[in-house]
Design a protein around this ligand. Structure first.
Ligand SMILES: [Zn+2]
Length: 175
């Protein structure tokens, strides 16, 4: 992951072997079983807002949604946000469109992976907030972590929502 970050820091985009390796790590991580058992966050949040005191993760409150990372590539063309750029680049790869490139079927802006509209938005926000060994960073730090690696419209809004609804943070920080 650090390689992707450092190639951003230089301000110019260089797709190096190290960047490729970092991307492979992201793909490996996202291809694991945790993605395939992605919770349906809309339902989770309904429960969280319920004043009855029922906790997130109680019996039957998390439903599964299958969303393999490899399938992301097939969502680009129909995506309202990235569809036009993706189709244009596919037709005419040599015509530059800002810093967008397609690699292995994935759309990148610089070294940030563009994520089409899927439940991966919530998953990625959640994973970078709570998935690490340390984890549960505040809103701004989590936004920075996600922005280093990914791009989608409303990224800040989605991360904020996930952080605000994190049960662990609510419990431990006593708000
Ligand atoms: Zn948290």
């Amino acid at each position: 992951m650090t390689h992707i970050t450092s190639c951003l820091r230089k301000g110019d985009f260089a797709w190096t072997a190290a960047t490729t390796k970092a991307f492979e790590e992201i793909k490996d991580k996202l291809s694991t079983a945790s993605v395939l058992r992605l919770p349906d966050f809309s339902k989770t949040f309904e429960v969280a807002c319920n004043a009855s005191g029922v906790g997130i993760g109680g019996g039957g409150t998390i439903s599964a949604r299958v969303e393999g990372f490899e399938r992301v590539r097939f969502y680009y063309t129909e995506c309202l946000d990235f569809g036009e750029i993706y189709s244009g680049l596919s037709r005419d790869p040599l015509k530059p469109r800002k810093d967008f490139i397609i690699s292995e079927g994935y759309l990148f802006y610089g070294s940030r992976l563009c994520v089409p509209q899927t439940s991966l938005w919530d998953f990625l926000a959640w994973d970078l907030h709570a998935g690490g060994a340390v984890g549960h960073f505040g809103r701004d730090k989590t936004i920075a972590l996600v922005e280093n690696r990914f791009l989608w419209p409303g990224l800040k809004r989605d991360v904020t929502r996930v952080v605000c609804h994190c049960r662990v943070c609510r419990t431990t920080k006593g708000s």
